[in-house]
Write a protein that binds this ligand. Structure first.
Ligand SMILES: C[S@@+](CC[C@H](N)C(=O)[O-])C[C@H]1O[C@@H](n2cnc3c(N)ncnc32)[C@H](O)[C@@H]1O
Length: 245
């Protein structure tokens, strides 16, 4: 069970100091549920979309799997689909929490966890994935590495499969961008965060989480070779693309 996120009530991490360490892993499920609009909808959409893939087996790789929430939804909601699940994350603390949760759900044996930087992760060409999930993770990767990663993901996915990409977005119109940031602030307040917590976290994520616009993300997907792209969900400055192969 995730602890309640009081990280930024208790600590001031400082500009650009956010890392996925033990203290974040301990509260992560509560943090993401209260901080990311549409998170529950994205989670619900994952088994629905994966159930449409007609591969046997359906190999799913979750890049930036964190505490394994998506992997658990898949394993528990699609017991009759021949799934092969792999979670990849660079944070040992997140993977430890993920392993703990997979054990609680009795699915640790069925899931492979890999501690790796996504930039170095080698896709298995003899057992290629049907589905790649990359939810709220590309935004943490340096901008100049994103295209190469997307190209490798596109090349790895079997025809009939898809990439699900969720990101925080910026907007080119500065007024709109500011208004959406304020709406997001209100959203977090409604979910129990104080102004101090919100501003401390924003400082900690400065230059760590680098959002791009919807258009930039779409252009990135197209440059990587994805042609069939849908913006599946959007809430002001958050959204999810599905890109079919
Ligand atoms: C916001 S969380 C992702 C949430 C998760 N996908 C979900 O839906 O619950 C971002 C995750 O990406 C991981 N991460 C960030 N940069 C990474 C990188 N370059 N390689 C691998 N994992 C990375 C972090 O450790 C963290 O667990």
């Amino acid at each position: 069970m995730s602890q309640i996120d009081k990280l930024f009530e208790l600590n001031q991490v400082g500009y650009g100091g956010f890392i996925f360490d033990e203290s974040v892993a301990a509260v992560f499920d509560d943090m993401i549920a209260r901080s990311v609009p549409l998170y529950a909808d994205v989670q619900q959409s994952i088994p629905a979309l994966v159930s449409m893939v007609e591969h046997d087996p359906v190999r799913v790789i979750d890049l930036g799997c964190s505490t394994g929430t998506s992997l658990i939804h898949l394993a528990t909601q699609l017991p009759d689909i021949p799934l092969q699940l792999t979670g990849v994350d660079a944070s040992a603390a997140m993977l430890e929490k993920c392993h703990e949760k997979l054990e609680q759900f009795g699915i640790a044996q069925k899931t492979t966890l890999v501690e790796a930087d996504i930039a170095d992760f080698e896709f298995n060409t003899t057992e290629p994935p049907s589905v790649v999930l990359m939810n709220y993770t590309l935004q943490f990767i340096p901008a100049d590495s994103r295209l190469e990663i997307m190209r490798r993901i596109r090349q790895s996915i079997q025809p009939g499969g898809f990439l699900l990409l969720s990101e925080k977005f910026s907007h080119t119109n500065p007024k709109l961008d500011q208004q959406f940031v304020e709406l997001y602030c209100q959203y977090k307040k409604q979910n129990g965060y104080s102004e101090l917590e919100i501003s401390r976290k924003r400082d900690a994520l400065e230059n760590v989480l680098i959002p791009h616009t919807v258009a930039e993300n779409e252009a990135l997907l197209r440059s990587a070779g994805f042609n069939n792209i849908e913006l599946l969900l959007k809430w002001f400055n958050f959204g999810t693309f599905v890109a079919w192969v």
